[in-house]
Structures are given as C-alpha cells and as structure tokens.
Design a protein around this ligand. Structure first.
Ligand code: GLN
Length: 536
C-alpha cells in the first residue's frame, strides 16, 4: 500500500440527508475490499461534547469504549464496520477551541495573535492526522457535520483545503452529499440547490470529486450532465442515491452504482474483490420478512427516531436474527396512567424502559414495569430502566413503600437507588459520569448468562446512580436475581426475575454494541422472547 488516503464528506442544501449513513456505507465497501478504514466526525457546534445536550436537540449520545460521549453518527460507523470507535474519532468546534484556548492561557503561543487561521485550522488538522495514526489504517474518511454555507463549518472546510495541499492529488477525495428535489408543480427535478451548494464549496477552494444526489426518482442522463457541467464534475461522478427501504441497503446501492470503484480509481487503489455476499443475503432476507411484532418503548422522548437511534438499530439487527420485523411503539410515560395502560400496551409483545435522566415520566415508567412483571410480558430495562425495575420491585414485591432513587427524591427514606460513591465529589457536568467500558461477571444459569454464553462481559456505561447495596439481600430474598456484578462485587450490573418468561434489567447500554453482523445477545433474546409471547 502506498501513502494514506483521505476521503472527505461534506453536505449541502439541507441537513438530515444521511451523511453518516453515506460515509459508513462507502467505508463498509472499502473495508469489504480488504482496506483498513477509519472514520472521523467533525462537528461544528461549540459544545465540548454532545454529553450535555438534550436528546431532543441532538439525538442520543453515543458512548465509546474509552468513555467519550460522542455524536450518534459514530454509532452508524460501528454498526456498519463492526469496529470500535474511540475518543479520537469525534471532535467538535468546542473541543478544538477549548484546546487552543487552554494553550493560549498556558502561554504556549506567547507573542502571537491567536487566530482561526492558522491556530484553529491547525488544531483541526491535528485531529485529522491523529485519527489516521491508528496502526494499519489505509483510508481515513472524514465527515464534516452541518451544511456547506453554515458560518460554523467554515473553519473545518478551510482546514481541509489546507490539509489537501499537503497531499498528492491521488491521495484525497471529496464527496458532496446533496439533494435533487422533484417539484410536482413543475413536474421537474431541480438541480439549482445542488449547483448553489457546490458553488459555495468551490468558493472555499474545495472541488468535489463526486456528488451523491439524494432523490426520490432516478436522475435522467441529461440531468446528470447538467449537474456535472455546472458543478465541474464528470456526469459519471453524479450519483443518484435513491431512497431505500432500510439504511443497510445503502452500501448495496452504492456498490451497484459503482461508487466505491469511482473512489478507488481516483485514489489509484487496486480494485480488490468486493466481498459483500453475506450482507446482501442478510438484507434481502430481512426485506422479505412478514411476521411483525410490536415492542413498546416506554420513555419520555416521543419522537424516538434520533433519541433512541441505537436501540432502534439493535431491534433491526435482532429482527434479522429472529426472522421477525419489530414494530416499535413509543409510549410517552408522562401520560401513562393506571387507567390507560392496558389499552396503551395491549398490542405490545415486549416492553422496554430505556435510559434517561430526571424524574419526568418516572411514575409512568414504574407502571410499565409493574404491568410487564405482573402480566408476564417480556421486559427489558436499560440503565434508568433497571433502576425503575428495582424501585418497582422494592415497592410492590418487597413491600418498601417509599422506595425511590435519590435522583428523584434527594431525601427519600429508602434510597434503593443512590449516587455512586465515586460520583459524590463530582461538581461539574460534562464527561464526569461513569463512562465507557467496564467488565462484569455473570452468574451461571441466569437469563443473562444464557444470552451471552460467557461469564465475563464488557459493556458500556453512562450513569451516576446505582443499586444501593444495603438493599441487596432484601431484593434477593424477595426473588430478584442479581445476575451481573462488577468484578469487585460492588456494583449491580444486571438484575432479572425468576418465574417470568424474560425480565432483565442492565445498568449498561447494550444497544451501543449491537451490530448488523451480530445483534446484541440481550436484544436478540429479548426479541426472541417477545416473539414467543406474540405467538401465544
Ligand atoms: N439517570 C440515571 C443515572 O444517572 C440513569 C442514566 C441512564 O439511563 N443513562 O444513573
């Protein structure tokens, strides 16, 4: 292999065109041709990380093994590529400015005027270099968040322009993801937004090598030629990225359109054999599945698409392995009551209470747990979901009426869930929770051990509260099984119930480690149990 190759992805016209999926799909194809790839996401916002942002604003926070709170696109990267991302795979403007300002305060730039160019742009380029320094990586793909034309993304685009000056032309590729809308009134596909967004890119000094045009119908040749002419790319590099049924079809679509070959040609890389037969078979089979089951996600984020991104993905992967389509029903626990719970959960063959923060919607979550426990509906509680399961069990089975978490009632008499010892001294928000991958021992003969088929697992965490060890004996005596513990035995990581078809709560976030190639074992078995429930 010659020098390292860099592929940059920018976006134009509107957001939400699926840049993360697009870059993951190309990376997957290159990986399937035997190249070692990595992806870096550059986010233009000023927050130092997305950890303190509301899921309404920014979707879920994706936690890596090394404990970074990152953008949800890293989830796509991991799911498509089946590799683990790390802190070095995501950087925000806020992080970059923060680092530069810290250096300035230390006096590292003494004498110099600290400026966007070169100080910020140099710091951005350092991030790009760092991402590529992982041993063995052949191709570094860089996704620039936001849309060309945004004031915020300018330093990133300028940095890339400079970065490319240090590379040979055959070592770099720019792909621009854009929208070609069909205007019904004119009965026409419109190319103008694409022309304008590429103009903006070229003003900055970036000439795209390919245009990925999101469109709801194929682009006729004359439209491709027109786009090519105005945007200074060959018509063969104007690719019509049609809407597809599932995001996992995108790599297949790109392969059929020869997008990866176009990239390899420009980068002068050998077209090694593309090995995507397994993926194709899996997706084709999934598309043919007719059996559908409903699983209720009982949480507070009603528009669940982005806030529960990895959970939704884990259900898709688990559906693939159980030959079933999982329809997710989002139940808003703020309005869930004893009166409406039966109707709200009537069609649910499984109930999931996801992670969350704060006491909004908690009563509804506790009702959902109770419903699942009493009616023997498969139940899966994640992080806050485990904590709710423990509170509900303490109140209604153990008989500790006032059992609560100190997150919801600081002065509760019976804090069955309380702040972790290590969190007591924490004063600032932002990167201070128990974050990242930790080992956990599973107890033999439990539902958890049966799912993992292993006794020592590693899972990712993001929490401040934990099960209070002072209540462990009472919980166990009343029939709760503590099936997963931290190796020192101090932290309860998994709980489950006997005499129930499938009732599991975990303190970690298993959804972060589910992959297309291998569904997460807990999700897979939860879906299997829900399918059995559906067939009963
Ligand atoms: N709020 C809870 C805690 O901090 C749960 C966090 C979560 O669900 N990620 O422990």
């Amino acid at each position: 292999m010659n020098s390292k190759k860099y592929i940059f992805f920018t976006g134009g016209v509107v957001s939400s065109l699926g840049k993360g999926i697009s870059i993951s799909s190309l990376a997957f194809l290159l990986q399937s041709r035997g190249y070692a790839v990595t992806i870096l996401k550059l986010d233009p916002y000023i927050n130092v990380d997305p950890g303190t942002m509301s899921p309404y604003q920014h979707g879920e926070v994706y936690v890596t093994d090394d404990g970074a709170e990152t953008d949800l696109d890293l989830g796509h990267y991991e799911r498509f590529l089946n590799v683990s991302m790390a802190r070095i795979n995501n950087a925000t403007s806020g992080q970059i400015y923060y680092e530069v300002l810290k250096k300035e305060r230390r006096g590292d730039y003494l004498g110099a005027t600290v400026q966007v160019i070169p100080h910020i742009t140099d710091a951005i380029n350092e991030k790009i270099k760092k991402a590529g320094e992982v041993s063995g990586v052949d191709i570094v793909l860089v996704e620039i968040g936001g849309t060309v034309g945004d004031i915020e993304s300018l330093p990133f685009l300028e940095a890339i322009r400079q970065f490319r000056l240090t590379l040979k032309p055959e070592d770099t590729f720019v792909a621009h993801l854009t929208l070609v809308p069909f205007i019904a009134g004119a009965n026409e596909l419109k190319t103008k937004p694409t022309q304008h967004s590429v103009q903006r890119l070229r003003e900055i000094g970036l000439q795209p090598d390919a245009l990925l045009c999101r469109t709801d119908r194929p682009l006729p040749d004359n439209v491709k030629q027109k786009i090519g002419l105005f945007c200074n790319v060959s018509a063969s590099a104007v690719i019509d990225a049609l809407d597809v049924k599932t995001i996992y079809e995108v790599p297949l679509q790109y392969a059929d359109l020869g997008f990866d070959q176009l990239v390899l040609d420009k980068l002068r890389l050998k077209k090694r054999t593309l090995d995507i037969g397994k993926w194709r078979a899996k997706i084709e089979r999934y598309k043919r599945i007719e059996t559908e089951i409903t699983i209720a996600i009982c949480g507070k984020y009603v528009e669940l698409q982005d806030a529960y991104k990895s959970i939704i993905a884990a259900f898709t992967h688990s559906g693939m392995e159980n030959d079933v389509r999982v329809k997710l029903k989002c139940v808003n626990t703020e309005t869930l009551t004893e009166k409406n719970i039966r109707t709200e959960l009537a069609e649910a063959s499984g109930i999931l209470v996801p992670g969350g923060f704060g006491d909004r919607g908690i009563d509804g979550k506790l009702l959902a747990v109770r419903y699942a426990r009493e009616n023997k509906v498969p139940f899966f509680g994640i992080c806050l979901g485990l904590q709710c399961a423990v509170i509900e069990f303490s109140r209604n089975v153990v008989g500790i009426e006032g059992a609560n978490s100190t997150e919801f009632d600081k002065h509760t008499q019976d804090p069955v869930i309380h702040l972790m010892e290590t969190q007591k001294s924490v004063k600032v928000l932002g990167g201070t929770m128990r974050l990242g991958s930790y080992p956990c021992n599973l107890k033999e003969g439990t539902i958890a051990a049966a799912a993992y088929k292993e006794s020592l697992i590693n899972e990712r965490h993001r929490h401040r509260f934990e099960v209070n060890n002072a209540y462990r004996t009472r919980l166990e005596e009343a029939g709760m099984c503590i099936s997963g513990l931290s190796p020192d035995g101090e932290l309860v990581e998994v709980i489950e119930l006997k005499d129930h078809p499938w009732f599991v709560g975990c303190q970690f976030h298993p959804e972060l480690k589910s992959r297309v190639s291998k569904a997460h074992p807990l999700f897979r078995n939860f879906v299997a149990a829900s399918k059995t429930q559906h067939d009963r």
